[in-house]
Design a protein around this ligand. Structure first.
Ligand SMILES: Nc1ncnc2c1ncn2[C@@H]1O[C@H](COP(=O)(O)OP(=O)(O)O)[C@@H](O)[C@H]1O
Ligand SMILES: [Mg+2]
Length: 323
Protein backbone atom coordinates (compact mmCIF):
# COMPACT_ATOMS: atom_id res chain seq x y z
CA UNK A 1 0.00 0.00 0.00
CA UNK A 2 1.01 3.61 -0.53
CA UNK A 3 1.01 6.04 2.38
CA UNK A 4 1.48 9.75 1.89
CA UNK A 5 1.95 11.81 5.05
CA UNK A 6 1.96 15.58 5.09
CA UNK A 7 3.96 15.87 1.87
CA UNK A 8 5.10 19.31 0.81
CA UNK A 9 6.80 20.39 -2.38
CA UNK A 10 7.73 23.74 -3.87
CA UNK A 11 9.17 24.81 -7.19
CA UNK A 12 11.18 27.91 -6.27
CA UNK A 13 8.63 30.20 -4.57
CA UNK A 14 5.62 28.24 -5.72
CA UNK A 15 4.25 25.76 -3.19
CA UNK A 16 2.66 23.07 -5.33
CA UNK A 17 1.87 20.42 -2.67
CA UNK A 18 0.70 21.89 0.63
CA UNK A 19 0.78 19.03 3.10
CA UNK A 20 -0.85 16.10 1.33
CA UNK A 21 -1.90 13.04 3.36
CA UNK A 22 -3.48 10.01 1.70
CA UNK A 23 -3.50 6.25 2.00
CA UNK A 24 -3.98 4.10 -1.09
CA UNK A 25 -4.98 0.54 -0.30
CA UNK A 26 -3.80 -2.59 -2.04
CA UNK A 27 -5.81 -3.60 -5.08
CA UNK A 28 -7.93 -0.50 -5.32
CA UNK A 29 -8.34 1.94 -8.16
CA UNK A 30 -7.66 5.27 -6.52
CA UNK A 31 -8.33 8.56 -8.26
CA UNK A 32 -6.59 11.89 -7.83
CA UNK A 33 -8.67 14.55 -9.54
CA UNK A 34 -8.65 18.28 -9.91
CA UNK A 35 -8.27 21.07 -12.40
CA UNK A 36 -5.16 21.67 -14.40
CA UNK A 37 -2.34 23.00 -12.21
CA UNK A 38 -3.72 21.49 -9.00
CA UNK A 39 -0.52 19.49 -8.45
CA UNK A 40 -1.72 16.05 -9.55
CA UNK A 41 1.20 15.14 -11.80
CA UNK A 42 3.71 16.44 -9.27
CA UNK A 43 2.16 14.27 -6.56
CA UNK A 44 2.20 11.22 -8.83
CA UNK A 45 5.86 11.83 -9.71
CA UNK A 46 6.68 12.06 -6.01
CA UNK A 47 5.15 8.60 -5.49
CA UNK A 48 7.68 6.86 -7.68
CA UNK A 49 10.57 9.18 -6.90
CA UNK A 50 10.72 10.89 -10.30
CA UNK A 51 10.37 14.12 -8.32
CA UNK A 52 11.84 14.69 -4.84
CA UNK A 53 9.53 16.09 -2.15
CA UNK A 54 10.64 18.68 0.39
CA UNK A 55 9.10 17.31 3.58
CA UNK A 56 6.68 14.72 4.87
CA UNK A 57 6.87 11.05 4.09
CA UNK A 58 5.85 8.66 1.33
CA UNK A 59 6.08 4.93 1.90
CA UNK A 60 5.32 2.15 -0.55
CA UNK A 61 4.72 -1.20 1.15
CA UNK A 62 6.47 0.20 4.19
CA UNK A 63 9.61 1.36 2.35
CA UNK A 64 10.39 5.07 2.36
CA UNK A 65 10.50 6.78 -1.03
CA UNK A 66 13.79 8.64 -0.88
CA UNK A 67 15.05 10.26 -4.05
CA UNK A 68 18.65 10.29 -2.76
CA UNK A 69 18.82 6.50 -2.60
CA UNK A 70 19.22 5.82 -6.32
CA UNK A 71 19.42 2.02 -6.05
CA UNK A 72 16.22 1.84 -4.00
CA UNK A 73 14.53 4.24 -6.44
CA UNK A 74 15.34 2.03 -9.39
CA UNK A 75 13.79 -0.94 -7.60
CA UNK A 76 10.75 1.15 -6.72
CA UNK A 77 10.29 2.33 -10.29
CA UNK A 78 10.45 -1.27 -11.46
CA UNK A 79 7.49 -1.99 -9.19
CA UNK A 80 5.46 0.96 -10.47
CA UNK A 81 4.39 0.88 -14.09
CA UNK A 82 3.46 4.27 -15.47
CA UNK A 83 1.41 5.51 -18.41
CA UNK A 84 0.94 9.04 -19.72
CA UNK A 85 -1.34 11.11 -21.91
CA UNK A 86 1.30 11.19 -24.65
CA UNK A 87 1.94 7.38 -24.71
CA UNK A 88 5.74 7.90 -25.03
CA UNK A 89 6.32 5.00 -27.43
CA UNK A 90 9.52 4.60 -29.44
CA UNK A 91 8.76 5.22 -33.12
CA UNK A 92 11.53 2.99 -34.40
CA UNK A 93 10.23 -0.06 -32.51
CA UNK A 94 7.12 -2.03 -33.32
CA UNK A 95 4.43 -3.00 -30.81
CA UNK A 96 6.38 -6.07 -29.72
CA UNK A 97 9.63 -4.12 -29.33
CA UNK A 98 8.01 -1.35 -27.32
CA UNK A 99 6.41 -3.80 -24.93
CA UNK A 100 9.66 -5.77 -24.49
CA UNK A 101 11.68 -2.60 -23.84
CA UNK A 102 11.52 -2.59 -20.01
CA UNK A 103 12.80 -6.18 -19.99
CA UNK A 104 15.73 -5.16 -22.18
CA UNK A 105 16.39 -2.20 -19.90
CA UNK A 106 16.60 -4.55 -16.93
CA UNK A 107 18.96 -6.91 -18.71
CA UNK A 108 16.41 -9.69 -19.09
CA UNK A 109 17.01 -11.93 -22.11
CA UNK A 110 14.13 -10.95 -24.38
CA UNK A 111 14.86 -13.87 -26.75
CA UNK A 112 14.10 -16.54 -24.17
CA UNK A 113 10.90 -18.49 -24.59
CA UNK A 114 9.71 -17.17 -21.24
CA UNK A 115 10.16 -13.54 -22.29
CA UNK A 116 8.50 -14.11 -25.64
CA UNK A 117 5.55 -15.82 -23.98
CA UNK A 118 5.30 -12.92 -21.57
CA UNK A 119 5.20 -10.29 -24.33
CA UNK A 120 2.62 -12.25 -26.32
CA UNK A 121 0.52 -12.70 -23.21
CA UNK A 122 0.56 -8.92 -22.68
CA UNK A 123 -0.32 -8.31 -26.32
CA UNK A 124 -3.32 -10.61 -25.88
CA UNK A 125 -4.28 -8.88 -22.65
CA UNK A 126 -4.54 -5.51 -24.38
CA UNK A 127 -6.12 -6.97 -27.52
CA UNK A 128 -3.49 -6.12 -30.12
CA UNK A 129 -2.81 -9.60 -31.54
CA UNK A 130 -3.20 -8.31 -35.07
CA UNK A 131 -0.76 -5.41 -34.54
CA UNK A 132 2.29 -7.22 -33.18
CA UNK A 133 4.62 -5.77 -35.82
CA UNK A 134 2.93 -2.43 -36.41
CA UNK A 135 4.90 0.75 -35.74
CA UNK A 136 3.36 3.40 -33.44
CA UNK A 137 2.56 5.67 -36.39
CA UNK A 138 0.31 2.93 -37.77
CA UNK A 139 -1.77 2.84 -34.59
CA UNK A 140 -4.72 4.89 -33.35
CA UNK A 141 -4.48 6.77 -30.06
CA UNK A 142 -6.38 4.07 -28.19
CA UNK A 143 -4.11 1.36 -29.62
CA UNK A 144 -1.00 3.34 -28.67
CA UNK A 145 -2.25 3.61 -25.10
CA UNK A 146 -2.84 -0.15 -25.09
CA UNK A 147 0.79 -0.67 -26.07
CA UNK A 148 1.86 1.71 -23.30
CA UNK A 149 -0.24 -0.22 -20.78
CA UNK A 150 1.26 -3.55 -21.87
CA UNK A 151 4.75 -2.04 -21.64
CA UNK A 152 4.00 -0.72 -18.15
CA UNK A 153 3.07 -4.26 -17.08
CA UNK A 154 6.10 -5.97 -18.61
CA UNK A 155 7.92 -6.32 -15.28
CA UNK A 156 4.83 -7.51 -13.36
CA UNK A 157 4.53 -4.39 -11.22
CA UNK A 158 2.11 -4.45 -8.28
CA UNK A 159 1.29 -0.77 -9.02
CA UNK A 160 0.21 1.07 -12.13
CA UNK A 161 0.29 4.89 -12.15
CA UNK A 162 -1.75 6.65 -14.83
CA UNK A 163 -1.24 10.34 -15.58
CA UNK A 164 -4.12 11.64 -17.73
CA UNK A 165 -4.06 8.32 -19.57
CA UNK A 166 -7.30 8.97 -21.42
CA UNK A 167 -7.18 12.74 -21.77
CA UNK A 168 -6.13 12.60 -25.42
CA UNK A 169 -8.74 10.02 -26.40
CA UNK A 170 -12.34 10.40 -27.48
CA UNK A 171 -15.17 9.16 -25.20
CA UNK A 172 -15.74 5.77 -26.89
CA UNK A 173 -12.03 4.90 -26.91
CA UNK A 174 -11.75 6.13 -23.33
CA UNK A 175 -14.41 3.62 -22.27
CA UNK A 176 -12.37 0.78 -23.75
CA UNK A 177 -9.19 1.88 -21.98
CA UNK A 178 -11.05 2.24 -18.66
CA UNK A 179 -12.54 -1.24 -19.07
CA UNK A 180 -9.02 -2.56 -19.68
CA UNK A 181 -7.73 -0.86 -16.52
CA UNK A 182 -10.59 -2.40 -14.54
CA UNK A 183 -9.77 -5.82 -15.94
CA UNK A 184 -6.10 -5.42 -15.02
CA UNK A 185 -7.10 -4.38 -11.51
CA UNK A 186 -9.53 -7.24 -11.00
CA UNK A 187 -7.77 -10.09 -12.73
CA UNK A 188 -4.16 -9.27 -11.91
CA UNK A 189 -4.76 -7.60 -8.55
CA UNK A 190 -2.77 -4.53 -9.56
CA UNK A 191 -3.25 -1.36 -7.51
CA UNK A 192 -3.98 1.52 -9.86
CA UNK A 193 -3.57 5.23 -9.18
CA UNK A 194 -5.39 7.36 -11.71
CA UNK A 195 -4.58 11.04 -12.05
CA UNK A 196 -7.07 12.91 -14.21
CA UNK A 197 -9.04 16.08 -14.73
CA UNK A 198 -11.87 14.05 -16.32
CA UNK A 199 -14.79 13.41 -13.98
CA UNK A 200 -16.08 10.58 -16.19
CA UNK A 201 -12.95 8.56 -15.53
CA UNK A 202 -13.30 8.92 -11.79
CA UNK A 203 -16.97 8.01 -11.79
CA UNK A 204 -16.46 4.96 -13.94
CA UNK A 205 -13.52 3.23 -12.33
CA UNK A 206 -12.34 4.72 -9.03
CA UNK A 207 -13.43 3.21 -5.74
CA UNK A 208 -12.09 6.24 -3.90
CA UNK A 209 -10.96 9.61 -5.00
CA UNK A 210 -9.05 12.55 -3.58
CA UNK A 211 -10.02 15.96 -4.84
CA UNK A 212 -6.92 18.10 -5.18
CA UNK A 213 -7.36 21.86 -5.24
CA UNK A 214 -4.39 24.23 -5.42
CA UNK A 215 -2.08 21.68 -3.80
CA UNK A 216 -4.41 20.60 -0.98
CA UNK A 217 -6.80 17.67 -0.64
CA UNK A 218 -10.25 19.25 -0.27
CA UNK A 219 -12.08 15.96 0.14
CA UNK A 220 -11.59 12.23 -0.11
CA UNK A 221 -14.01 9.33 -0.46
CA UNK A 222 -16.06 7.23 -2.88
CA UNK A 223 -16.99 9.41 -5.89
CA UNK A 224 -20.72 8.78 -5.42
CA UNK A 225 -20.53 10.16 -1.88
CA UNK A 226 -18.97 13.37 -3.10
CA UNK A 227 -21.60 13.52 -5.81
CA UNK A 228 -24.54 13.32 -3.44
CA UNK A 229 -23.55 14.59 -0.02
CA UNK A 230 -23.18 18.32 0.23
CA UNK A 231 -19.47 18.86 -0.07
CA UNK A 232 -17.61 21.95 -1.16
CA UNK A 233 -18.98 23.83 -4.15
CA UNK A 234 -15.74 23.30 -6.07
CA UNK A 235 -16.20 19.54 -5.93
CA UNK A 236 -19.88 19.59 -6.75
CA UNK A 237 -19.44 21.66 -9.85
CA UNK A 238 -16.62 19.34 -10.88
CA UNK A 239 -18.51 16.09 -10.36
CA UNK A 240 -22.05 17.05 -11.15
CA UNK A 241 -23.56 17.94 -14.44
CA UNK A 242 -26.31 20.47 -14.38
CA UNK A 243 -28.31 22.43 -16.81
CA UNK A 244 -27.17 25.91 -17.75
CA UNK A 245 -30.72 26.92 -18.55
CA UNK A 246 -32.94 26.47 -15.54
CA UNK A 247 -36.12 28.52 -15.14
CA UNK A 248 -35.53 31.98 -13.66
CA UNK A 249 -38.84 32.00 -11.78
CA UNK A 250 -39.98 29.75 -8.94
CA UNK A 251 -37.58 27.52 -7.03
CA UNK A 252 -35.30 24.92 -8.62
CA UNK A 253 -34.76 21.89 -6.43
CA UNK A 254 -32.27 19.23 -7.41
CA UNK A 255 -33.24 15.76 -6.22
CA UNK A 256 -30.85 12.81 -6.08
CA UNK A 257 -31.87 9.19 -6.40
CA UNK A 258 -29.52 6.69 -4.88
CA UNK A 259 -29.86 3.06 -3.88
CA UNK A 260 -33.24 2.32 -2.28
CA UNK A 261 -34.65 5.78 -2.84
CA UNK A 262 -34.28 5.29 -6.59
CA UNK A 263 -36.85 2.50 -6.56
CA UNK A 264 -39.66 4.56 -4.97
CA UNK A 265 -41.98 6.56 -7.19
CA UNK A 266 -41.35 9.65 -5.08
CA UNK A 267 -42.14 12.21 -7.74
CA UNK A 268 -45.58 10.91 -8.64
CA UNK A 269 -46.33 10.36 -4.94
CA UNK A 270 -45.42 13.95 -4.32
CA UNK A 271 -47.74 15.22 -7.03
CA UNK A 272 -50.58 13.12 -5.71
CA UNK A 273 -50.09 13.59 -1.98
CA UNK A 274 -49.40 17.30 -2.06
CA UNK A 275 -51.84 18.07 -4.86
CA UNK A 276 -49.26 20.40 -6.38
CA UNK A 277 -48.10 21.01 -9.91
CA UNK A 278 -44.46 21.31 -10.76
CA UNK A 279 -42.29 20.71 -13.75
CA UNK A 280 -39.22 18.59 -14.25
CA UNK A 281 -36.85 20.90 -16.04
CA UNK A 282 -33.71 18.78 -16.15
CA UNK A 283 -32.80 15.15 -15.54
CA UNK A 284 -29.82 12.89 -15.91
CA UNK A 285 -28.68 9.40 -15.05
CA UNK A 286 -25.06 9.15 -14.02
CA UNK A 287 -22.96 5.99 -14.09
CA UNK A 288 -20.80 5.23 -11.10
CA UNK A 289 -19.15 1.91 -11.85
CA UNK A 290 -21.88 -0.71 -11.38
CA UNK A 291 -24.44 1.77 -10.08
CA UNK A 292 -26.63 4.29 -11.78
CA UNK A 293 -27.50 7.42 -9.86
CA UNK A 294 -30.23 9.73 -10.98
CA UNK A 295 -30.74 13.38 -10.43
CA UNK A 296 -33.40 15.75 -11.61
CA UNK A 297 -34.32 19.37 -11.14
CA UNK A 298 -37.88 20.26 -10.19
CA UNK A 299 -39.25 23.73 -10.63
CA UNK A 300 -41.87 24.54 -7.99
CA UNK A 301 -43.82 27.64 -7.02
CA UNK A 302 -42.09 29.81 -4.44
CA UNK A 303 -45.08 29.33 -2.10
CA UNK A 304 -44.78 25.50 -2.32
CA UNK A 305 -41.11 25.52 -1.45
CA UNK A 306 -41.43 24.51 2.18
CA UNK A 307 -44.09 21.84 1.65
CA UNK A 308 -42.07 20.21 -1.12
CA UNK A 309 -38.83 20.29 0.84
CA UNK A 310 -40.53 18.80 3.88
CA UNK A 311 -42.03 16.03 1.75
CA UNK A 312 -38.68 15.14 0.18
CA UNK A 313 -36.97 15.05 3.56
CA UNK A 314 -39.69 12.79 4.96
CA UNK A 315 -39.17 10.44 2.00
CA UNK A 316 -35.48 10.27 2.79
CA UNK A 317 -34.51 11.75 -0.54
CA UNK A 318 -31.36 13.86 -0.87
CA UNK A 319 -32.24 17.25 -2.27
CA UNK A 320 -30.83 20.72 -2.58
CA UNK A 321 -32.25 24.09 -3.55
CA UNK A 322 -30.29 25.55 -6.46
CA UNK A 323 -29.80 29.25 -5.88
N1 LIG B 1 9.32 21.31 -13.03
C1 LIG B 1 8.58 22.35 -12.67
N2 LIG B 1 9.13 23.56 -12.42
C2 LIG B 1 8.39 24.62 -12.01
N3 LIG B 1 7.04 24.57 -11.83
C3 LIG B 1 6.43 23.39 -12.06
C4 LIG B 1 7.16 22.23 -12.49
N4 LIG B 1 6.27 21.21 -12.63
C5 LIG B 1 5.05 21.70 -12.33
N5 LIG B 1 5.14 23.01 -11.98
C6 LIG B 1 4.01 23.87 -11.54
O1 LIG B 1 3.38 23.21 -10.46
C7 LIG B 1 1.97 23.37 -10.54
C8 LIG B 1 1.29 22.02 -10.53
O2 LIG B 1 1.61 21.34 -11.71
P1 LIG B 1 1.15 19.87 -12.03
O3 LIG B 1 1.55 18.99 -10.91
O4 LIG B 1 1.64 19.53 -13.39
O5 LIG B 1 -0.44 20.04 -12.02
P2 LIG B 1 -1.58 19.14 -12.68
O6 LIG B 1 -0.97 17.84 -13.07
O7 LIG B 1 -2.63 19.04 -11.64
O8 LIG B 1 -2.07 19.90 -13.87
C9 LIG B 1 1.70 24.20 -11.77
O9 LIG B 1 1.53 25.54 -11.36
C10 LIG B 1 2.94 24.01 -12.60
O10 LIG B 1 3.17 25.13 -13.40
MG1 LIG C 1 -0.86 16.89 -14.91
Amino acid sequence: MIEIKNVRKSFQDLEVLKGISLAIEDREIYGIVGQSGAGKSTLLRCLNGLEPYDSGEITVDGALVNSRDKAALRQLQKRMGMIFQSFNLLERLDVYGNIALPMKFWGINTRSQESRDKVHELIRLVGLEDKVHAKPRELSGGQKQRVAIARALALDPPFLLCDEATSALDPEITKGILALLQKINREMGITIVVVTHQMEVVKQICSRVAFLYHGSVLAEGPPEEMFIKPAQKEIQSFLRDKSERLPKTGVNIQVFFVGESSKEPVITQMARELGKDFSICWAKLEDFRENVYGSLVLNVDEMDRETVCRFLTAKNVTWEVLE
